[in-house]
Design a binder for this molecule. Sequence first.
Ligand SMILES: Cc1ncc(COP(=O)(O)O)c(C=O)c1O
Length: 375
Amino acid sequence: MTVASGVPCSVPFLDLGGVNNGLREEFDVAWKTVLDHGHFVGGPEVERFESEFASYCEAQACIGVANGTDALELILSGLGIGRGDEVIVPTNTFIATAEAVCATGARPRFVDVCPDTLLIDPAAAQAAINSSTAAIIAVHLYGQMVDPEPISAIAAAHGLALIEDAAQAHGARHRGTSAGSVGIAAGFSFYPGKNLGALGDGGAVVTSDLALADRIRSIANHGRSVSDRYLHDLAGRNSRLDTLQAALLSAKLPRLDAGNARRAAAMAAYREMLPQGCTPVSVQPGAAPVYHLAVIQVDDRSEVGATLTAAGIGWGVHYPIPCHQQPALAGRYQPGSDDFAVAERAAGRILSLPMSPTLTVEQVARVCDVLGGAL
Ligand SMILES: Cc1ncc(COP(=O)(O)O)c(C=O)c1O
């Protein structure tokens, strides 16, 4: 949810123009190259981007797919997870994480999050495991990785697949590990507003399990056999990354780390200048987040939000309704302890401030000034 005020934003929530305008020449070359060779699905640009993004994530393989939701669904299907299985999902996430589970016929089993980071609570995940549990999805929300150690240990002890939802965490690290290299596989989204965003929809699965990679590549391409394009040996579907999007993503990838560093600098400025009463989400020891979002907690969000809107400052809420309270998921998830006190409290208090690689210290100071006036 991003608030559009009708007033031109003096500080936009996300400056997509600023991110993409500096790449116009590279985009022109990409478009011309693809138009000239005429392969609009597949082709050398997709292979090139897959190889670049796999190495960026320190993984063995990458499969470009249509979007981040498909990436998660394809990982689950590739692992054979479906009807009769439960998949543990934090209730504080974008609904797509749960949608992907439901699409396979499995049921999400929601668990609460940690009060300081708002990321999945490993103890709650452990308590939710039963004989139907097949996997845990660790969502690296807001750009911060879930601490890999406790969640990997729980998954390993119970023989569960650990899947990363890295849609908001391109380039995030935790003590030497990189988002996309921790679980059996990770799903990424290249939705335009992401830290690595396409100019349309896009997504990727990243994994170091090469047999799983082959299976997912086949399922995403109509279940086609590698050796014979007219033989379909798996139940498949169509979910592929467009050639043009792959070319644009290859043009953007070399600038991702610099953009993430500028986001981190903007977040550091927020931490210095935020007035009392605005509490940013904590960073765990060992974590190097990429600040997809700059999330704070406040007591009176509607008052603070109204003041920001009146000052022409863009803001959002990620997410105001936890998944277990979403009408679309009613009756589709596996009821458990039903103790979601942390996520429910946070849902009424969280507010996402402007965040972009182009955000300046002056803009951060302006946002903090206005917040100071609201509190
Ligand atoms: C945490 C999370 N998971 C999954 C997705 C789904 O990605 P897409 O929109 O590319 O399907 C998103 C996208 O917003 C997301 O933020």
